[in-house]
Design a protein around this ligand. Structure first.
Ligand code: GLC
Length: 463
């Protein structure tokens, strides 16, 4: 059992092995570093909310619980019979997202378990047939739009409930025996009566429905392909090309992630998706910087996980946000609502802390990107830049005592703390130091010794 769990994790990680630069052709249709018109709102937004909500909120051990345990479909039915998020109030979710400074949201319309949050015509495995009995999706899109956020949908390519979805290593009905689990031949009899062509049609029907019945959808987040697995699935299994063409024919402005196994097609994806990874550099394809979004959890799992104790602090999350934007990327931060349909206290707490910071510092995130060439981040800081305003933002990840060396003082018109607008003076080093330590930058930002009462202070620099 334990071995299997490990494998499933590997299976997930495997996605990261797919070389993003495969043959250098993909530019995300985004014109490399210059975002296309379509991506403009998205790159300016910089910060979004992911929401993983489904039957898995009840076992409360993450959204992979069915595969990892594993739980046979007939036993998993219990969670379908129990699904009743009576406190679900998407207006509350949307308010929390907006207050945190998030500009878009992506909700799991269907995750790997196959359960659908809307009243789809193509399966009975949907919210309207649970004790809750109502569509969740329409109120959701309305509530988030009302708060001014753009709305995206996550659609799982995997489906552990659909009878025609071929069993693979992650499927809860995978072979029980370890040797068989590793042997592609062991899957052949298991899949004798499963017809992926029917499943492909099912996906098309559902995606068409999602893109037809809920107004404008800004993002489709397809998840995921594993062409290198022992029992692989990729573009042919999903008909990725057909699926994507159909989606775009309905809503041409759609922004699409990169998990359809179409890395080598320039039209096959719009942005890269390094998952749970703090990017140290701006990712490139064929030597060109590409649009990217890192998806991250507060704790570890995406679906509600009651007993997880690995929650990131507000300070870590803010650093992650500033780091992402300093490398030209977006951050989509995930909430896994509880089985009652609420954000739990730990998520609310982090969101509120982020919101307090964003209220005064959001200007260093929205509309920002990496600093232009030639600007070196002062020690322990992260730089972002708003090209339209020509302003540079120095995020003081660690708050230094008194003075902070600055190597671009000659380019600065004015500097101030962003949170209170108070002037930050820039002073030359004294002569003694200049003479004796010629390698030291010749100017300092002069900071108050006591750290201001803000999580990660930001210096706003007018160039
Ligand atoms: C992975 C996981 C999934 C999660 C997603 C978010 O693909 O399988 O549970 O939804 O990553 O990026």
């Amino acid at each position: 059992m334990e071995k299997r769990e490990e494998r499933n994790v590997e299976e997930m990680d495997m996605r990261q092995d797919i070389d993003p630069a495969a043959d250098g052709a993909g530019t995300g249709g985004a014109g490399a570093s210059a975002p296309s018109e379509k991506l403009k709102w998205w790159t300016e937004a910089r910060f979004g909310m992911f929401i993983h909500f489904g039957l898995y909120a009840t076992p409360a051990r993450g959204e992979w619980v069915q595969s990892r345990t594993p739980i046979a479909p007939e036993d998993y039915e219990t969670y379908f019979e129990q699904f009743d998020p009576d406190l679900y109030d998407p207006a509350e979710w949307a308010k929390a997202a907006r207050a945190a400074g998030m500009k878009y949201v992506v909700l799991t319309a269907k995750h790997h378990e196959g359960f659908c949050l809307w009243d789809t015509k193509f399966t009975d495995y949907k919210v309207t047939n649970t004790p809750y009995g109502k569509d969740l999706l329409k109120p959701f899109v309305d509530a988030f739009r009302a708060e001014g956020l753009r709305v995206g949908l996550y659609y799982s390519l995997l489906d552990w409930h659909h009878p025609d979805f071929a069993i693979d290593t992650a499927h809860p009905l995978h072979p029980k025996d370890d040797a068989d689990w590793n042997d592609p031949k062991a899957y052949v009899p298991l899949n004798a009566n499963r017809d992926m062509a029917k499943y492909r049609q099912y996906m098309k029907d559902q995606v068409r429905e999602l893109l037809t019945d809920f107004g404008r959808i800004d993002i489709m987040w397809f998840d995921f392909s594993y062409p290198k697995s022992i029992v692989p699935k990729g573009r042919d299994d999903w008909d990725s090309e057909g699926l994507l063409k159909m989606a775009r024919s309905i809503q041409p402005w759609l922004i699409v992630d990169d998990r359809l196994d179409l890395d080598d097609k320039p039209w096959g994806w719009d942005f890269r998706t390094p998952e749970q990874f703090r990017m140290p550099v701006w990712p490139t394809v064929g030597g060109k910087r590409v649009p990217w979004e890192t998806c991250q959890t507060f704790s570890g799992a995406w679906g509600y996980s009651r007993d997880e104790h690995t929650w990131k602090s507000a300070a870590q999350l803010l650093e992650l946000l500033a780091n992402t934007v300093s490398k030209g990327g977006n951050l989509i931060l995930n909430v896994g609502p509880t089985a009652r349909g609420e954000f739990d206290a730990r998520a609310k707490d982090r969101l509120a802390a982020i919101g307090r910071w964003m209220r005064v510092n959001g200007r260093s995130i929205h509309g920002c990107t990496a600093a232009p060439e030639g600007f070196e981040a002062p020690e322990y800081s992260l730089l972002t830049y708003n090209p339209r305003m020509r302003r540079l933002y120095v995020h003081l990840v660690f708050y230094p005592m008194g003075a902070l060396a600055c190597s671009f003082a000659d380019k600065i018109k004015w500097a101030r703390f962003l949170h209170d607008g108070s002037e930050i003076e820039i002073k030359p080093l004294n002569h003694n130091l200049i003479d004796r330590y010629p390698e030291v930058p010749k100017h300092n930002f002069i900071l108050p010794v006591a750290k201001p009462d803000v999580e990660m202070p930001v210096i706003e620099v007018q160039l």
